[in-house]
Design a protein around this ligand. Structure first.
Ligand SMILES: NC(=O)c1ccc[n+]([C@@H]2O[C@H](COP(=O)([O-])OP(=O)(O)OC[C@H]3O[C@@H](n4cnc5c(N)ncnc54)[C@H](O)[C@@H]3O)[C@@H](O)[C@H]2O)c1
Length: 258
């Protein structure tokens, strides 16, 4: 029996990058996955690839900022697959600005996706998870909650808030006895389209050298962590933060390589 057999999972921002890797890992472990994104063409292609590999997936367009669209996705997922067992709030945007360059409008635009998008998703799936007697919520934060760069004004604030939204959700659900767990994943740099497109820049190479394990994360590594947190294997884990970063967040720069 595969680790996610019989489970139904909704993944946001699942068209490409880390989200697509999560969808591939979940389906290869037997889950039925609803791949959602605003990139409809790429998302449909991701679903076709998963199906070609023998997985079960369905693409549904979803802008995570849209509460009505969330209701539709939840309803159609239950109609199609009969249940929802897990939600992976992975959709995210980054807009590098220092506090001096920042504007209220841009700040709101990042918070709308990274924080309120996840909030809307949690509220949308909670009644279904409750009626199912449990489930898992996996929120994709970032190691920028601890590793500070000056241009992360919007991004780091949104991801830190998401990490705490995860914990309040987790503790509320636990104390209510809902059987619903919530955890956050905090990736360091992973080799997605985003990083690949700037891989030639000197500070990216320096960043790679700063990772104690000596490489950027492979999105497949991230996919395995999502499977663990979405599955019953993590049934005693809730309100926790998982750093997947090759040791980068914790290393002291006074620790040279041999
Ligand atoms: N790649 C990294 O190094 C890294 C590091 C730390 C955290 N993260 C986080 O991991 C997640 C995935 O990042 P990625 O590297 O795969 O980036 P990515 O840009 O390749 O993927 C993000 C996905 O989110 C989707 N998206 C954006 N706005 C949306 C919206 N309003 N509604 C629905 N979908 C929307 C995009 O279309 C895209 O498919 C993000 O939350 C990101 O902040 C990534």
């Amino acid at each position: 029996m595969a680790r996610m057999d019989g489970k139904v999972v909704i993944v946001t921002g699942g068209a490409r990058g880390l989200g697509a890797a999560a969808c591939r890992a979940l389906t290869s472990e037997g889950a039925a996955v609803v791949v959602t994104d605003v990139l409809d063409e790429i998302g449909s292609k991701t679903v076709a690839e998963i199906e070609a590999a023998g997985g079960t997936a369905r693409y549904q367009s979803l802008d995570v900022r849209d509460a009505d669209a969330w209701s539709t996705v939840v309803r159609q997922t239950v109609d199609k697959f009969g249940a929802i067992d897990a939600l992976v709030n992975n959709a995210g945007v980054i807009l590098p600005k220092t506090i001096e360059e920042a504007t209220v409008e841009e700040f709101r635009s990042v918070m709308d996706v990274n924080l309120y998008g996840a909030f809307l998703g949690i509220q949308a799936v909670l009644p279904t998870l409750k009626s199912r007697g449990g489930g898992a919520i996996v929120n994709v934060s970032s190691n920028s909650t601890e590793m500070i760069v000056p241009t992360s004004t919007y991004y780091a604030a949104s991801k830190a808030a998401l990490a705490n939204l995860t914990k309040t959700t987790a503790i509320h659900a636990a104390l209510k006895g809902y059987g619903i767990r919530a955890n956050s994943i905090h990736p360091g740099p992973h080799a997605t389209e985003m990083i690949e497109s700037v891989a030639h820049l000197p500070h990216i190479a320096a960043m790679r050298d700063a990772v104690p394990l000596g490489r950027f994360g492979d999105p497949a590594d991230f996919g395995q962590l999502v499977v663990f947190l979405a599955s019953d294997e993590s049934s005693y884990i809730t309100a926790s933060e998982f750093f997947i970063d090759g040791g980068m967040t914790r290393v002291s720069f006074a620790s040279p390589r041999d």
